[in-house]
Design a protein around this ligand. Structure first.
Ligand SMILES: CC(=O)N[C@H]1[C@@H](OP(=O)(O)OP(=O)(O)OC[C@H]2O[C@@H](n3ccc(=O)[nH]c3=O)[C@H](O)[C@@H]2O)O[C@H](CO)[C@@H](O)[C@@H]1O
Ligand SMILES: C=C(OP(=O)(O)O)C(=O)O
Length: 455
C-alpha cells in the first residue's frame, strides 16, 4: 500500500468514513441545498490559539473533518481537555498544558500542516516545543523557512532532527520586525500566534490577509490581544502577558462553498450553499459570472446554477487574497472543460498543483500543463520562479474512468468530473477529501447524486 493510500485511509478512519472509494454514475445535474460550516483553514488554527489562554475557549461551527481530529489529538496529547459533546461545538480547556510524549505526537505526524503552528503557543506555555513531520497536500515543496526564521527572530532556538523539530526559548520570546518574502498564510499565523504573548511590539510586513486570518485576529482580540491591521499588508502586534479563552463562531468555509458552486456549473445543476456569504467570495463570484454561471445572494447562503447554454472560457491567475484563491482552481477547471474555447489557469502560489488534471484528461478533457514558456501563453512575465499554467480547451464531453484522488482539492475536482461525466467512474482514496469536506458523501446524496459505496 503506498503512503497516499495510507494517508487517505487514516483520514477516512478519523471521521468514520466507512469506504475509501465511491462509484459514481454521472451525467445527472446536482440539485438541492447543502450547508457549509466553519473553514478548515480557520477552525484548526483557532483550536491552536486556545493553547495561549489560561481559561477555556468555545469554538462553534466546527466541521467533522479529519484535520480537526488531528489537531484535537495533538491538543489532547498536550493536556488540553476537549469537550465535543455538543454538535459543532468544541470547548478547549488549557488549564493543564504539558509536554507530550513522542509516541502521542508521532501518531499524528504527516497528517496535516497545523502542527507547525503549535510552536509559539507551546514556547509561551512550556518554554519548549516538539513538532513532528508535517503533512498536508503534496502540491509543491512547501518549505517552512519563513516559519523558522520568524521564530528565530522572536528568540527561539530551533534544532532539526530526523524525527521532527525541537524548539526552546532560553530567554523570553521578544517582539520582532519580520518581513515575509511572500505573504504566506501559515507564516503570518505563526507570527500572530507567537507575537501576541511576546514581550514588546512585533511589526509584520508582507503579511497574508486572507479572511481566515482576519477571523483568527478577531479571535485573538477576543482573547485580549492587541493587533492592528494597517495598510499595505502590515500587521502590528503589541504583546501582552496573559490571554483568556474566547467564544467564537468560525467563518464559513469559502473553499468548500466554491467547490459546490463549481459542481453546480459542471453538472448543469442548481445548488444552494447555506452559510456562504458574498464578501469572502467576491473574486470567485466575478469569475463564476464571466464563465457563464448564475448566482443569487440569499439571506442565509448563495444559490449557484447553470443557466443553460454554452459556458465561456476565462483567463485566471491564482493569487493571495484578495486574488483568486489557489484552492478554487481545481473544481472550476472541471467546469472549464465544458466552456467553448481556450481557458488558461495560471498557478502562482504553488509550483506543482496541476497533477489532478491527468485524471481529467483520462476522462476526456483536453488540458495541457506548461512548466515553462508561460509568458507566451499568458502574455505576462511570471512573478515567481516556478509557476505553471494549464490550458483547457473545451468543450470536451467527459466519460467515466477509474481515478485516484491525489490531494484535497484535486480530489474534489475528480468527484465533480465523475458526476458530470457520462457513464460510471470509481474514485478511490476519497478519505483525503474528508480532510476538508465535511460529510461530503451525505451531501452528495442530498443533492441527488447517483453513486454506490463498496459494501
Ligand atoms: C491549512 C491552510 O490554511 N492551508 C492553506 C494555506 O496553506 P499554507 O499556509 O501552507 O500556504 P502558504 O501561504 O504558507 O504558502 C504559500 C507559498 O509560500 C511558500 N512558503 C510558505 C511558507 C514558508 O515557510 N516558505 C515558503 O516558501 C509555499 O511553498 C507556497 O508556495 O494557504 C494556502 C494559500 O492560500 C492554501 O492553499 C492552503 O489551503
Ligand atoms: C492545500 C490545502 O490544504 P493544506 O494546507 O491543509 O494542505 C487545501 O486546503 O487545499
Amino acid at each position: 500500500m503506498n503512503s497516499l493510500t495510507q494517508d487517505s485511509q487514516k483520514a477516512a478512519a478519523r471521521v468514520g468514513l466507512v469506504s475509501d472509494s465511491i462509484t459514481i454514475h454521472g451525467g445527472k445535474p446536482l440539485r438541492g441545498r447543502v450547508e457549509v460550516r466553519g473553514a478548515k483553514n480557520l477552525v484548526t488554527k483557532a483550536m491552536v490559539a486556545s493553547l495561549l489562554a489560561d481559561t477555556p475557549s468555545t469554538l462553534k461551527g466546527v466541521p467533522e473533518i479529519s484535520d480537526v481530529a488531528v489537531v484535537s489529538g495533538l491538543l489532547k496529547a498536550h493536556g488540553v481537555a476537549i469537550d465535543s459533546s455538543a454538535p459543532g461545538v468544541l470547548t478547549l480547556d488549557p488549564s493543564n498544558v504539558v509536554g507530550a510524549h513522542f509516541a502521542e505526537i508521532d501518531a499524528h505526524a504527516g497528517s496535516s500542516r497545523i502542527p507547525i503552528l503549535f510552536c509559539g503557543p507551546l514556547l509561551h506555555q512550556l518554554g519548549e516545543a516538539f513538532i513532528p513531520d508535517l503533512g498536508g497536500c503534496r502540491i509543491g515543496d512547501r518549505p517552512i523557512d519563513f516559519h523558522l526564521n520568524a521564530l528565530r527572530a522572536f528568540g527561539a532556538v530551533v534544532e532539526k532532527s530526523y524525527q521532527g523539530i525541537h524548539l526552546t526559548a532560553p530567554h523570553k520570546l521578544v517582539g520582532a520586525d519580520i518581513d515575509l518574502p511572500f505573504p504566506s498564510v501559515g507564516a503570518t499565523e505563526q507570527v500572530l500566534l507567537t507575537a501576541v504573548r511576546a514581550e514588546g511590539t512585533t511589526e509584520l510586513k508582507n503579511a497574508a490577509i486572507e479572511p481566515e486570518i482576519m477571523d483568527l485576529i478577531a479571535i485573538l482580540q477576543k482573547m485580549g490581544a492587541i493587533i492592528s491591521v494597517e495598510p499595505n499588508r502590515v500587521i502590528v502586534i503589541e504583546g501582552v502577558e496573559t490571554l483568556r479563552g474566547y467564544n467564537h463562531t468560525a467563518i464559513f468555509d469559502r473553499n468548500e462553498a466554491a467547490s459546490w458552486a463549481a459542481a453546480a456549473l459542471a453538472t448543469g445543476g442548481d445548488i444552494t450553499v447555506g452559510g456562504a456569504t458574498q464578501q469572502e467570495l467576491m473574486t470567485f463570484l466575478n469569475v463564476y459570472r464571466k464563465v457563464g454561471g448564475e448566482f443569487d445572494v440569499l439571506e442565509d447562503g448563495i444559490r449557484f446554477w447553470h443557466p443553460g447554454g454554452p459556458l465561456k472560457p476565462v483567463m485566471i491567475e491564482t493569487d493571495v487574497h484578495p486574488g483568486f484563491m489557489t484552492d478554487w482552481q481545481q473544481p472550476l477547471i472541471v467546469a472549464l472543460t465544458q466552456a467553448e474555447g481556450e481557458s488558461v489557469v495560471h498557478e502562482t502560489v504553488y509550483e506543482n498543483r496541476f497533477g489532478f488534471t491527468e485524471a481529467l484528461n483520462e476522462m476526456g478533457a483536453n488540458i495541457v500543463v506548461h512548466q515553462s514558456g508561460l509568458a507566451s501563453i499568458t502574455r505576462r512575465v511570471p512573478r515567481r520562479p516556478l509557476e505553471q499554467a494549464a490550458v483547457i480547451t473545451g468543450p470536451t464531453p467527459l466519460h467515466g474512468a477509474d481515478v485516484r484522488v491525489p490531494d484535497l482539492r484535486g480530489g474534489f475536482s475528480h468527484l465533480i468530473a465523475a458526476l458530470a461525466a457520462e457513464g460510471t467512474s470509481t474514485v478511490s482514496n476519497v478519505g483525503i477529501i474528508s480532510r476538508g469536506y465535511e460529510l461530503f458523501i451525505d451531501k452528495l446524496r442530498q443533492l441527488g447524486a447517483d453513486f454506490e459505496l463498496p459494501s
